[in-house]
Design a protein around this ligand. Structure first.
Ligand code: URA
Length: 219
């Protein structure tokens, strides 16, 4: 029997990135009831072996995942992400922007390239590469992983590097899939409020990425 690795999580007080550690420390004082820690990967109930699709976001939003402790939960980006996942059978239930809303992931897991909330949603290069020590083994923990959706260019580049490939060989381009080893990466513009308000990403463009994933997975 093959043993299944558990995706590794940073320590609650992870200090690999001093700037992010201090930023969170400040928010723990201001909002002691918030989660205020590295946000763990969200898995389906069946555990790592059920995961065939991994979605890689950028980093927790301050008043979203950093407040609630679940990726894309509590800020605008989650509304489009979870309605899309539900419509294509990658999630089940009703997303109510709370970790106790009963929503379940089906065959999919969600993580972030950077696990801690960065000031102004902008992690710096050292933080993105420093947090890859969690992204790489997270990807490796899914023995049945076939597809990865990367949300935005930072997430895409970090994922390509985590897969041991060269970014120049797999540049970020919305909607253009890329084979990396035995996985297929599907890049998408990030489902942020900014991107949808400015028309960079329409709901239709976003749903089409996940329709392509669904067709690729074949069920
Ligand atoms: N929330 C997350 O968890 N990740 C993002 O990339 C954006 C919002």
């Amino acid at each position: 029997m093959t043993s299944i690795a558990i995706p590794p999580e940073p320590d609650r007080d992870c200090a690999i990135c001093p700037r992010l550690h201090d930023f969170i420390a400040g928010w723990r004082l201001r909002e002691p009831d918030w989660f205020n820690a590295p946000v763990p990967t969200w898995l389906p109930e069946g555990g790592p072996q059920e995961v065939r699709l991994l979605i890689v976001g950028l980093a927790p939003g301050l008043r979203g995942a950093n407040r609630t402790g679940r990726p894309f939960t509590g800020d605008y980006a989650g509304d489009l992400l979870y309605s899309t996942l539900t419509s294509l059978g990658f999630a089940e239930g009703t997303f109510k922007a709370r970790p106790d809303d009963g929503l379940k992931l089906i065959g999919a897991a969600i993580t972030n390239a950077v696990r801690c909330v960065p000031p102004e949603n902008k992690p710096v290069g050292a933080e993105i590469s420093g947090c890859r020590q969690f992204l790489s083994p997270t990807i490796d923990a899914f023995p049945n992983l076939q597809a990865i959706v990367t949300l935005g260019s930072i997430s895409h580049q970090s994922t390509i590097r985590a897969l041991g490939a060269r970014v120049a060989a797999h540049p970020f381009k919305h909607g253009q899939r890329s084979e990396v080893g035995n996985r297929v990466v599907f890049p998408s513009y990030h489902c942020s409020r900014y991107n949808t308000n400015t028309g960079v990403l329409t709901p239709e463009m976003f749903i089409n990425v996940f329709k392509n994933v669904r067709a690729f997975l074949g069920d």
